[in-house]
Design a protein around this ligand. Sequence first.
Ligand code: GLA
Length: 381
Amino acid sequence: MDSTGVRNSFKKHFAAEGDLYFSPGRINLIGEHTDYNGGFVLPGAIDKGILAEIKTNGQNKIRAYSVDYDEYSEFGLNEENKPSQSWACYLFGVAREIIKRGHKIGGFDTVFAGDVPLGAGLSSSAALESTFAFAINDIFGLGIDKFELAKIGQATEHNYCGVKCGIMDQFASLFGKEGHLIRLDCRSLEYEYVPFQPKGYKMVLIDSVVKHELASSAYNRRRESCEAVVAAIQKRHPNVSLLRDADLKMLDEVKTEISAEDYMRAEYVIEEIQRLLDACEALKKGDYKTVGEKMYGTHHGMSKLYEVSCEELDYLNDVAAACGVIGSRVMGGGFGGCTINLVPEEKYDTFIETAVKGFASKFGKEPKVYPVAISNGTRKL
Ligand code: GLA
């Protein structure tokens, strides 16, 4: 991402020059809504994200300017009340979470901008949190490790932004590696870099440009369903502390004790954890056909059981199947955002054309197309 805009704006606002930090958004090949259930995910960082210039100011406050919103925010390090702008809450939360952990930080000035599309399910908010957690750690020499930085971002979502998210987005942003996906066990936090350069295929995101207003409450309700099912299973199987530990047989045992909706949610998660493991096995063998089948399986589960898809995303998924795309599914939390598509090179142009045209005539708006380049994680530039 070009730094000129951020550099100029920083000079204009603070008449100084600071250090530059970049943190990317993410994709996830498969393994959705599995992170907060202790399962696995398979994300990678992308080449789009958040860029921030930052410099200590010797005062006890943070002064921040968002280029994209053209807004300024200022708050004290000891202030308890959140700032009014939602973008500033992320900075506020990250700073508070770092202080909460017993670290001493000083005030700083910052200007930031992003080229990761907002609300497209590419985790622009995790990129923002990771940028500032990483930069604050670096400029004040706090020595916090990258996992803790990811947890600081996650805690910011929980405590200041109202989303009870898992660890995937912040982890992927901080740990990303060019040309690799990362298979993360969200319970043990063990991870493995998986080379991902599928010969003969292109990976592309199609953005439905649907933004769900109540996405965070719907997301939190999904999580509550999972917890309710665990509580029911636990009565018979005390060792089950997350859906990761459960299987479909255990789920059936409690069928009459839980709601039909909670049953469907848990069924999806249990199946999705297995789908990811199967997809990883297939990836090792270069068997993209199976990987793709699993992706379609995920879409079906997210649409019919977890109910986080929508008409536009289901349409894009159908078009993908009709155009011979080998794997396609809604990506991220859902309720709008993008589908991720693994497309045989020779079918790419026809697919994009058909999807864009068909979508525009059906829904009266153009979807956006983002080719994916899997890139490195958070860094100082
Ligand atoms: C959002 C959350 C993640 C994860 C995904 C769904 O992106 O932030 O923690 O739960 O949804 O896989």
